[in-house]
Ligand binder design. Structure first.
Ligand SMILES: Nc1nc2c([nH]c(=O)n2[C@H]2C[C@H](O)[C@@H](COP(=O)(O)OP(=O)(O)OP(=O)(O)O)O2)c(=O)[nH]1
Length: 131
């Protein structure tokens, strides 16, 4: 299971641009990663956000349906928000970070699995931003 965080602040979604591997470099994804054995999914979301962005997040409900990934894995997205709204996420292992507003969510060059989730991400931004 791969979990991802749809972090929303002031009506914008945090996206990050992969630096590796070659075939994914330059494409955009949500913060996240592999759930460790025995680790609750929400805890994995918090851990990955701390590792990748250096920020604490609160984790809300699921966003969209599970998306199958190559190799039999599954991508599951959770709504999230910064515990401290003034915190500044930074790219620890990614090429770039961007806060994307609703008009631009569909225009980003997403990883294929994330592209499937664009309508759900747009809906999240239209709604409360924190399910
Ligand atoms: N984090 C994340 N991974 C995604 C997304 N969409 C998507 O297809 N993936 C894929 C890419 C990778 O094959 C896998 C997770 O990779 P990762 O590099 O973030 O996970 P990780 O830190 O646990 O793994 P690793 O770098 O140690 O190999 O899920 C997404 O939105 N966020």
């Amino acid at each position: 299971m791969i979990v991802g965080a749809a972090i929303v602040r002031d009506g914008a979604l945090l996206a990050q641009q992969r630096a590796y591997p070659e075939e994914a470099a330059g494409l955009w994804e949500l913060p996240g990663g592999r759930v460790e054995a025995g680790e609750p999914e929400e805890a994995a979301v918090r851990r990955e956000c701390a590792e990748e962005l250096g920020v604490a997040v609160e984790v809300g409900g699921r966003v969209g349906a599970d998306v199958p990934l190559p190799g039999g894995k599954v991508l599951r997205i959770f709504a999230a928000r910064l515990t401290d709204p003034a915190a500044r996420p930074h790219a620890v292992e990614h090429r770039a970070l961007r806060w994307v507003g609703p008009p631009d969510v569909g225009d980003l060059d997403w990883l294929p699995a994330d592209r499937v989730l664009v309508p759900d991400l747009e809906k999240l931004l239209r709604d409360t931003g924190f399910a």
